[in-house]
Ligand binder design. Structure first.
Ligand SMILES: Nc1ncnc2c1ncn2[C@@H]1O[C@H](COP(=O)(O)OP(=O)(O)OP(=O)(O)O)[C@@H](O)[C@H]1O
Ligand SMILES: [Mg+2]
Length: 392
């Protein structure tokens, strides 16, 4: 019994209602019993005054005294008392029945939303991430249900992402592994000649695997936010010069021009310099990779109201409209075979870039007029506010 009580909120609520009701009835009974004689006496005295006195003594006279002089009155009083007690008993009984029913209904009403949340959380723990509870009203219990649903939705998203990631990663790993396995088999069977070229192909597949694993590691760190951001005022031209130095020779050897157009007197950014360089390098690197020889890449840096905008424009292969919404998705490549030939991109670079830009309070997007029309990748980073600069 005690165990049942301890583990059932509805039983506790019911008992607490019952305790309040019992105490109220006790008070009613005691006050009724104590107050009835005085009230009876007062009313009789009033009646006596109205009837001309005499019968029950003067006003204010005690009823015991009044009744002592008159046996009829004593009988009347004891009849009154009996009928008062009887009525009180019926009233108490009816009130107890009604209040027990009401308290059972109320305690169930309070407990049932909690029970719904409890059952739903059990189903989620069992792996049914689509479970939700019904939200009715706007009290604290309904808010609890709404928050619970939010949490369930987040868990469902994470689970979907996890499953997709496992699927994507195994798919991505399988391609180079199958190539390595095929070449090894060919070598063992003597079908494939053991030439420098075969070994070079094998090496490049292994290298691709290596880069993929590195990229995945970086992606998981970035997506989980598990990397420190050293946010400080950053000079824009230092940032662009670093990128130009890093990629300049590759542009020269592919005979693609690389130009930087910076607004004069650009104020400093508020960003993690290394991460900002990483994003810009990524976009300029893509522009280099997806622009044929003789093309041009231009990086324009402009000041907007509260941010700095970096636009990387190329005259390369462009992106058709159906691909544009997915270009930042993990492992998304417009043309997988071309990506592999053109240096083995794994489609993670832009996903990492977006996560880094958003973590620094910026936005990133792409525009292209279609295939062969070139593309423009733009991202923003917040300006360093004057007072923040002084504080830093
Ligand atoms: N400047 C660009 N012009 C045309 N297509 C582009 C450009 N930049 C990216 N893309 C397309 O977007 C896809 C995704 O780019 P992302 O940088 O994420 O991956 P990747 O370059 O293929 O590989 P990596 O993970 O090595 O960067 C590319 O495969 C390519 O199809
Ligand atoms: Mg890339």
């Amino acid at each position: 019994m005690m165990d049942y009580l301890r583990s059932h909120l509805s039983a506790k609520l019911f008992l607490s209602y019952l305790a309040i009701i019992t105490i109220s009835f006790l008070v009613v009974v005691v006050v009724g019993q104590l107050g009835a004689p005085t009230a009876f006496n007062r009313h009789l005295a009033q009646m006596g005054r109205m009837m001309g006195g005499g019968m029950m003594g003067g006003p204010g006279q005690g009823f015991g005294q009044g009744f002592g002089q008159n046996g009829v009155m004593q009988q009347l009083y004891s009849d009154f008392r009996a009928s008062f007690n009887e009525a009180l008993m019926y009233a108490v009984f009816a009130a107890i029945v009604v209040s027990v029913i009401v308290s059972v209904v109320i305690s169930r009403g309070v407990v049932s939303p909690l029970r719904a949340v409890m059952n739903a959380s059990q189903r989620i723990a069992d792996g049914h991430y689509d479970e939700r509870v019904k939200v009715q009203g706007s009290d604290e219990l309904s808010q609890l249900a709404a928050r619970f649903n939010q949490m369930a939705e987040k868990l469902e998203q994470i689970e979907t992402m996890r499953l997709r990631l496992i699927g994507d990663v195994s798919h991505e790993l399988r391609t180079p592994l199958t190539a390595i396995q095929g070449s090894m088999e060919g070598l063992m069977d003597g079908v494939l000649p053991a030439t420098q070229e075969t070994y070079r192909d094998l090496y490049s597949e292994a290298d691709r695997l290596n880069r993929l694993v590195d990229d995945l590691q970086e992606l998981s760190r970035v997506e989980a936010g598990a990397y420190p951001l050293d946010i400080q005022p950053v000079n824009v031209s230092t940032l662009t010069q670093t990128v130009a130095k890093r990629l300049g020779s590759q542009f020269e050897s592919k005979r693609i021009s690389l130009d930087f157009k910076l607004d004069p007197d650009l104020p400093p950014l508020l960003a993690d310099e290394d991460r900002a360089v990483q994003v810009l390098t990524n976009l300029v690197g893509n522009a280099l990779r997806y622009t044929p020889e003789g093309g041009a890449v231009t990086v324009s840096v402009t000041k907007q109201s509260s941010e700095i905008e970096f636009a990387v424009h190329d005259t390369g292969i462009g992106i058709s409209p159906e691909h544009l919404p997915h270009i930042f998705d993990r492992f998304y490549r417009v043309d997988k075979s071309r990506s592999r030939r053109a240096g083995g991109g794994s489609g993670i670079g832009l996903t990492i870039a977006r996560a880094l830009v958003e973590a620094q309070g910026g936005r990133i997007w792409v525009e292209s007029d279609g295939e062969g029309q070139g593309s423009t990748f733009t991202f923003t980073l917040p300006l360093a506010k004057v007072n923040k600069t002084i504080m830093l």
